[in-house]
Design a binder for this molecule. Structure first.
Ligand code: DGJ
Length: 716
């Protein structure tokens, strides 16, 4: 059970979670000062902290005090402001005044709202915290309310509104874990020494971005998979964002993060309110592996809309057909997919308007009459008759200039009057912040799903913002709102579609993994991590992806060999094993596959269905990661009752003179024996932990194995 305690005497709040605690306190000037985030401490202990550990020098040139719960702008603060406002008279420095607080319990979580305001100006600031009874994640956000009534001229400019700041104790060897990437190369895990000064992670693209993902994981330089203190923070937002780490010369660290990027502001008129998206923090005292597993549990229990549902094996037509989509071709693919055991058939891009290439048609969301003379219904019926659900690709936020929509509404795109409209992939971004655009998008999507038996949408988004203007609001200072309202309206449309069509499932995609974050995951069922379907590349993409996000949302297609993007030839077994470690799916041109491969992939799909509950819901242990010098990547999934354990191993090239493995398994039931379901070999759980599981890898390059172990009996 988690608790939230308040001591009115010292004005201290203590958030106690199962394996960690978090505390802060109002100082004499009402500044909410961070006290502790880490191992479980009592109220007495956290209250002793400020007396025992002095906050630092107070002279004119002292370093920034990195301890404010939200670092506001002004006074003698010199760190990165997480809350920066400018009042109508030009005053910028904010001064805190405490009002009151509330603690409430709802839906398995406890929440705390600390109501503050500016000492003089009509700005109320609420610091929000939520903790859950079954884990150590703390969710935070901020609400700003303009509580004045002096007319529009008293609008407050919000220059920066982070969701929260996170202060870490002094440690000498801080490192920061994060992912970098690119299109087709997302989620490359890095671990760097944390620089002194300020380091910024973020996106200015209007989407979460391929280049970084909104989370960081810090440790004191001594953590590993099983041991050590790890502090991680993740933002639930799908637009532009920024997380800044600040490391002081005293080796204290503060992270501050939230939506928006440099130079963008928000005008808060009297009576208006601005609430930031949640930022989530997690402390783990048991290494990176435990941190990742706690994030996975949290996403499964508190983020995903339908966590309990088994994700189906899907087939997607994109790599088979590109834009060459028609009813006959899709029927043929559907029949082939159904015969292999596929459960959900997804028709990708090219089914609508004049979309026969990426040059035209985006925005005209009616089936192409030449390709689908009787509309989509005959194909959908056929897919259902074959026993599969039907899914459809859409890209609602985009328009090709060569489209009926653009010719009718050139004003609907992001643009400035006197600037060029830069096209990327021959398309422009519709301004979803506009109520008329959002209503139009919701209208056609709702009609599409109402009029057709569509079970699943793949919601794509294939370019970054540019020339992000909204000329109607050019002079009133409100145009910048589009950066936030675009995302909010994407969220609102998805939420409304889901509410009105409860059986509809949604996959998030943005040119592969360009918009994956906890915000998107709270309203979608799975995500497309990358357009790179090469199984070797996928191992590192999946390694980075699963630092925070669980296998249950990680779609992975088995595609053709040689891979169309990389040209690499990889045996089917290795390709299947890479996909089976997430949500297994197919994406190749099945007409070109030989009988043997079709037979083998059908068997692997059947096998996956047997084990997917443990893959999608079990605890994930990284036994050997893709950067290991041995070249071996191995992961283990264990069911919550520890009755089933699955071990995947991939050895892309064989080291000379050494057999790969055994790999030591984690967290098995120590009093039990386990039996290999395929070979019947039995193992003692303790020996599997101490000496490891021998690997049955075939010889040659791209060797892989999948071992399923069943717990058979206690040893005593
Ligand atoms: C980008 C996606 O990531 C691909 O899977 C595919 O849907 C294309 N867009 C279609 O244009």
């Amino acid at each position: 059970m988690s608790t939230i305690t308040f001591n009115p005497g010292s004005r201290t709040w203590l958030l106690s979670m199962p394996r960690s605690s978090y505390a802060f306190q109002l100082d004499a000037a009402d500044v909410p000062r961070h006290l502790h985030w880490g191992e479980p401490l009592t109220l007495d202990q956290v209250e002793a902290l400020p007396h025992t550990y002095r906050p630092g020098r107070g002279d004119s040139f002292a370093g920034a005090r990195l301890t404010e719960e939200i670092a506001v702008d002004g006074g003698t603060r010199y760190g990165v402001p997480g809350l920066q406002v400018r009042f109508a008279d030009g005053t910028r420095a904010l001064e805190w005044a405490y009002v009151d607080h509330e603690i409430a319990e709802a839906e398995g979580a406890l929440s705390l709202a600390v109501h503050m305001r500016d000492r003089h100006y009509p700005l109320a600031i609420t610091l929000r915290y939520r903790v859950f009874h079954d884990g150590d994640v703390i969710e935070r956000s901020l609400t700003l309310d303009h509580i004045g009534d002096d007319g529009a001229e008293s609008a407050i400019s919000v220059l920066r509104a982070d969701s929260g700041a996170w202060s870490l104790p002094a440690r000498a060897g801080y490192r920061v874990g994060h992912v970098t990437g690119d299109w087709a190369a997302e989620n490359q895990l890095r671990q760097d020494a944390l620089p002194w000064g300020e380091t910024v992670f973020g996106s200015r693209r209007g989407i979460t971005g391929h280049q970084a993902n909104p989370w960081v994981m810090l440790d004191a330089g001594d953590a590993d998979e099983q041991h050590g203190q790890v502090w991680s923070v993740a933002l639930a937002w799908s637009g532009t964002w920024r997380i800044t780490t600040q490391r002081g010369t005293d080796n204290r660290v503060q992270l501050t993060g939230g939506f928006g990027h440099d130079g963008v502001s928000w005008q808060l008129a009297p009576g208006e309110s601005l609430t930031t998206p949640p930022i989530l923090g997690l402390y783990s005292g048991a290494g990176f592996g435990a941190a990742s597993r706690t994030w996975h549990d949290h996403v499964l229990r508190h983020v995903l809309p339908r966590p309990e549902e088994m994700r189906p094996v899907l087939y997607n037509s994109w790599e088979a057909t590109g834009f060459d989509v028609d009813e006959a071709g899709q029927r043929k693919l559907a029949a082939q997919a159904a015969a292999l055991g596929v459960e959900l058939f997804v028709m990708d891009d090219g089914w609508f308007g004049t979309r026969t290439s990426d040059h035209a048609g985006l925005g005209d969301w009616a089936p192409n009459p030449e390709r689908f003379p009787d509309g989509l219904a005959p194909l959908i019926d056929e897919v259902h008759r074959l026993g599969m659900a039907f899914g459809l690709w859409v890209e609602p936020e985009m328009v090709n200039p060569d489209s009926r929509l653009y010719r009718r509404h050139p004003e609907w795109v992001l643009h400035y009057e006197h600037r060029q409209r830069t096209e990327l992939r021959n398309q422009l971004v519709l301004n979803f912040a506009r109520p008329d655009v959002a209503a139009w998008a919701h209208g056609w999507l709702d009609r599409l799903v109402t009029e057709h038996a569509i079970d699943f949408l793949k919601w794509d988004m294939n370019r970054s913002f540019s020339e992000a203007g909204w000329p109607e609001h050019g002079s009133d200072g409100q145009a910048d709102r589009l950066w936030i309202d675009h995302v909010r309206n994407v969220y609102a449309i998805i939420d409304r579609l889901r509410a009105d069509h409860p059986n509809l499932r949604i996959e998030a995609c943005s040119g592969g993994g360009g918009r994956i974050d906890l915000g998107m995951l709270s309203r979608t069922d799975q995500v497309w991590p990358s357009d790179n379907t090469d199984a070797l590349d996928r191992l590192s993409i999946q390694h980075g992806f699963t630092q925070i996000y669980p296998a249950r949302v990680m779609s992975a297609w088995v595609t053709d060999s040689p891979n169309p993007a990389t040209g690499r030839t990889i045996p089917l077994r290795f390709r299947c094993h890479a996909a089976m470690a997430g949500i297994m799916a197919l994406g190749g041109n099945l007409a070109e596959w030989n009988e043997q491969d079709l037979h083998d992939v059908a068997q692997e799909i059947a096998h996956y269905k047997d084990i997917r509950a443990t893959v999608q819901l079990g605890a994930r242990y990284r036994l050997s990661d893709p950067t290991d010098p041995s070249g071996l990547t191995a992961v283990q999934y264990t069911s919550s009752d520890r009755a089933e354990t699955i071990v995947f191993a991939w050895q892309p090239t064989r080291p000379i003179g050494r057999e790969p493995g055994p790999v030591r398994l984690a967290d098995l039931d120590p009093g039990s024996r386990y039996r290999d379901r395929a070979s019947g070999r039995e193992y003692d759980a303790v020996l599997l932990g101490e000496y490891g599981l021998p690997l049955d890898l075939p010889s040659g390059d791209y060797a892989s194995s999948l071992t399923v172990l069943d717990r058979i009996s206690p040893t005593h």
